[in-house]
Design a protein around this ligand. Sequence first.
Ligand SMILES: Cc1ncc(C[n+]2csc(CCOP(=O)(O)OP(=O)(O)O)c2C)c(N)n1
Length: 297
Amino acid sequence: MRRFDHVLTNYDTWLASEHRAEWTPDAVVRFGAAPVSKRLNQWLQDVPCILIEQPGSFRDPSNQATVVYGDAIDYVATINKSYDADLFKRFVLFEQITESTKPALSGESALTRHLLASRLERIFVSNSMPIRDIDTTLSAGQSIDVVANRGANGIDGIISSALGACHDTDKAALLIGDLAFYHDSNALQLVKSHPGSFSIVVVNNDGGGIFSFLPQASIAPQMFEDLFGTPLQLNLRGFADTYGLSYQRLEQPEDVTAAIEAGIQLIEFPSDRVTNVAEHRRWTASITDRLTMGNES
Ligand SMILES: Cc1ncc(C[n+]2csc(CCOP(=O)(O)OP(=O)(O)O)c2C)c(N)n1
């Protein structure tokens, strides 16, 4: 969808605004899988949803949609063309505001943005924060193949899946966190025999970065680290040596482009979980502060 430049893509960011309830639609027509964005799903949870589906598929895990089996193109041709143009114009403005601030992204989000801008045929993206950062940073009109193992959002088997899904490409990358990387690290054995250029970009924030966004982040620090953060202090250069892969540790997010261009097989981006949450929140707040009923304040 995001290949088209009239698509709204930045909803996860602007729906952090305290005004979101004022923009709730009367109904939603959904094609395809449930959205990744938790904010979008929460915003729409009480809104009637019509899901257009092919027979035999199952894309309503929360069992809330009115499912209409049928052909999506035929359906679109029959729906009423009237819509709330003012609301849509407001959303377009929100998109422009969000897009204009993307160069100010830092850390893991900036890395993701630079990776998406690199000359890649396909990106395989792991669950946890990588798929969320892709959802946040991928802009309308960007033409890149993004593939993920969404399923039950597992962090298992990601490297194997990525190698399989990118087998037919000349230049592909996997974006993955350090825990998911560790989970399937024996698949590194297959990287050398991959027919094209395949780079694994590991966001190494020493544990599960996603949990620092959740309410349990406020429990006692040591208990949080033991139960949720689960740092492993991986030596990624050691993995590269063990499996005979080229390796580079990035200094800056933008350095990923040259590393991909050079075909480095294991690329490490060092990060910090606490800083990452703070940076995400600072960036989101810098945008939502500017959204007051659709006008820049
Ligand atoms: C097989 C499996 N085990 C456990 C989980 C629970 N889980 C979800 S995200 C996550 C942490 C992932 O850490 P990492 O891959 O380093 O990514 P980050 O959160 O830092 O982005 C875990 C353990 C899961 N989704 N799948």
